[in-house]
Design a protein around this ligand. Structure first.
Ligand code: LLP
Length: 427
């Protein structure tokens, strides 16, 4: 199912016209398709069915409670990286036995919260963290289930800010160090190493990095077991890429084909921590044109979504498709790459109202004539969109709507000016 599609030139999310949602809830507005989210969750489960997979949705990609609740109701697990994310998953009714607690800098309080909740395992990122977990667990008279995060030193061939599995990154430990830490863990009675974790990066579009990482993981698991650790879980992390244009990422089935043989060979259960692949193309950001202006031969489309709503273009120069919510009669369909010139269009810089030159959503993008009041859709905005939004320029954060077939539900109201100052005290 295509969650966002044009019918009679009108963009729909499932069976609801996007323009109707914008009129009802205002703009900028995040719109998510529930069916798309659940469909990907199920595709992941079937693609990896041979190794009894536990899909731990990576909450950081989109942590809206409405989405987490729907996923929890459908039996999803969760990957959390902070006490705050753990709190959200508990509120949403997530099963603690399906939570992995990751993150390079867990505090003692967060470790306590994870142990109290009864999470499935902690992904351990350093020697110091192993000691902290062992100490906190001992003080609580508990045995903490853990997985060592091993950095396999493979190149995921993604943006440098979203690459995590090379040896120069801050994440995990190199293989030799991991094995030394695993030796030390044997003497700690308050931890039990039941898994090995790897996460090599995000928006990975090819399968080779996974195949390379798994080959190394298989060897490490063998060595950990020979040492005496009861490794039951291979946690492969997340990172499956999505199409921001048309088809630049391999399919879930292809990723599975690269990962499955190794996991089967070691006889582990597989945990994965996908975020973007579940939420990314299940959401759009809708905005309204405020002004158009020309400066020299440059055209600017000034609309009401800005870098504080969606920072990915400013931060990673990432590409998001943009197209009018109501397409003008006679306008040809956009090309697959959304970059080539289309008859009847002109190149525009799509910018927001924030006072920064980095405040753009697209540069030199071919778009049809748009005027004040027209709506545009910024696609592939469901992951790392709202979660990275800020109040910069004292702009209230957007509202979020979850659509299921003909129904739409406001899952986060738009912030008010009152919300924006409510934490500032002592005036
Ligand atoms: N597991 C771990 C340990 C992670 O660090 C991440 C993402 C994931 C899972 C989920 O990765 P995914 O399946 O979503 O690729 N803000 C960036 C992405 C940062 C990803 C951080 N870690 C962006 O907008 O592209």
């Amino acid at each position: 199912m295509e969650p966002f599609q044009y019918r009679d030139r009108q963009l729909y999310c499932e069976d609801v016209p996007v323009a109707e949602l914008a009129a009802r809830f205002g703009t900028p507005l995040y719109v998510y398709s529930q069916s798309a989210i659940l469909e990907t969750l199920n595709s992941l489960r079937s693609a990896f069915a041979d190794v009894d997979p536990l899909v731990c949705y990576s909450v950081k990609a989109n942590s809206n409670l409405g989405i987490l609740k729907v996923m929890a109701e459908h039996g999803s697990g969760f990957d959390v990286v902070s006490g705050g994310e753990l709190h959200r998953v508990k509120l949403a009714g997530g099963d603690p036995e399906r939570i992995v607690f990751a993150g390079v800098g867990k505090t003692d309080d967060e470790i306590v919260a994870g142990l109290e909740a009864g999470v499935l395992m902690f992904n351990v990122e350093s020697e110091g963290e192993l000691e902290a977990i062992a100490r906190v667990a001992a003080a609580m008279n508990r045995v903490a289930p853990i997985a060592l995060r091993v950095n396999p030193d493979v190149d995921p061939r993604t943006h440098r800010y979203t690459s995590t599995g090379k040896k120069e990154s801050k994440f995990g430990m190199d293989i030799e160090r991991s094995l030394r830490v695993a030796e030390a863990a044997l003497t700690m009675s308050s931890v039990r190493m039941i898994g090995m974790h790897m996460h090599i990066g995000s928006q990975i579009t090819t399968t080779e990095p996974y195949a390379g990482a798994v080959a190394k993981g298989v060897e490490v698991i063998g060595r950990l077991r020979r040492m005496g650790h009861p490794i039951e879980w291979y946690n492969m992390g997340g990172g499956f890429g999505i199409a921001y244009k048309k088809s630049e990422a391999r399919s879930i089935a292809e990723f599975a084909a690269a990962i499955l043989p190794g996991v089967k060979a070691v006889g582990c259960r597989l945990a994965i921590e996908p975020g973007r692949v579940i939420a990314g193309n299940a959401g759009i950001l809708v905005s309204r044109v405020l002004y158009t202006k020309q400066s020299g031969d440059k055209r600017f489309l000034i609309q009401d979504a800005a870098m504080n709503d969606l920072i990915r273009p400013a931060l990673y120069e990432s590409f998001h498709r943009i197209w009018p919510v109501v397409a003008t009669p006679g306008l040809p369909a956009p090309p697959d790459d959304f970059e080539a010139a289309i008859p009847g269009t002109e190149p525009w810089d799509v910018v927001g109202p924030v006072c920064e030159s980095g405040d753009f959503l697209a540069k030199d993008r071919f778009l049809p004539q748009l005027d004040r009041g027209d709506l545009i859709a910024i696609f592939s905005a469901g992951a790392y969109g709202m979660v990275m939004a800020s109040n910069y320029n004292t702009r209230p954060r957007a509202a979020e709507v979850l659509v299921a077939l003909r129904q739409s539900r406001l899952v986060r109201r738009r912030e008010t000016y009152e919300d924006l100052v409510s934490q500032e005290i002592g005036m």
